[in-house]
Write a protein that binds this ligand. Sequence first.
Ligand code: FMN
Length: 330
Amino acid sequence: MQNFDVFPKKSLLFAPMEGITDEPYRIALLKTFPEWDQFFTDFLRVPTVGKVNEKLIMDHYGPKIFANPHWRKKNSFQILTTPRAQTQAVVEVLESLKMDHLDLNLGCPSKKVNSHHGGAYLLSDHKGLAQVLKTIRSNFTGHFTVKMRVGYRDDNNFLETLKLIEDAGVEAITLHARTRDQLYKGFADWDYISKAVNSVSIPLIGNGDVWIVEDIEKIFEHTKCHSVMFGRSALKTPWLAKLYKEYIDKSAHIDETYLLFQRKNYLDEYFNALLSEYREFGWFENLILKRFKSFSRNLFDDYDNFETIRGNFLRSESLGEFFDHLGALK
Ligand SMILES: Cc1cc2nc3c(=O)[nH]c(=O)nc-3n(C[C@H](O)[C@H](O)[C@H](O)COP(=O)(O)O)c2cc1C
């Protein structure tokens, strides 16, 4: 097996997120907050019927990212599949494109996806899981990782699943420390990440409720994981990797007043970078505004009057109005 060198130890990974991490979003972030060590496409649902060709893969990955060697190195491809879907055909295209890194989604909790035996469902179907892993491993020579939860209904077969995955030649595992049935409830239990670190010999990437700089220190310390992945927290603080690296390098000051002051500046940079990228991709104003509103959900949680602020953004009727609210932030 090759050495796992997709990203170095203690990397900070921007999680795959459906409806968010498409090509223009990833380009905006690569340009604005390059401190993130790795990005992922959201999952490509491997079709059961219909054409599988290079266009399908390239549209999902992003041709501009593919054409730029530096960006390409920092962008991984994620698929979601089922034992009946055309996994081999998709993997063959990825292989022919010499894609460096393929990640398999074993965490998606969507009822629809699970009813077709995809995402987290495969954690409860070891026969189907073994088949999918074998198909991928035997057709793909790049790096192959999985992103999983602790289990489907419960954690009963957690260690067995880890072993099956490791034995199938998977090179690293990202663990969102919840079962599928827990969805996003409560807090992720990082003890599962420690358990996984102790039970497999491949790198473990911790994921789940790592919200602030101090949490990053804590999860590394508590679990000894190789790297950390950020989902909702990366949406709340898209510059979190930058904050952490400044904190590590210079013991930068991270008091709350300063963080809010920085938030205002970084939000301006974030939305301007996104606006310019979406325009470059030919998106219409109403689509951009819809996206911006969906990004607004958690960005203002740290302000005292966050409900009013968020309400203003969500009621904006134009991008001009949205940016006026941004300008009015203190
Ligand atoms: C809007 C949204 C979309 C997501 N889409 C994906 C996806 O396409 N693939 C995936 O593996 N996980 C997906 N996830 C899960 C996240 O990658 C991550 O595992 C989860 O949010 C837990 O991390 P967090 O506590 O940092 O949010 C998604 C999460 C959110 C909130």
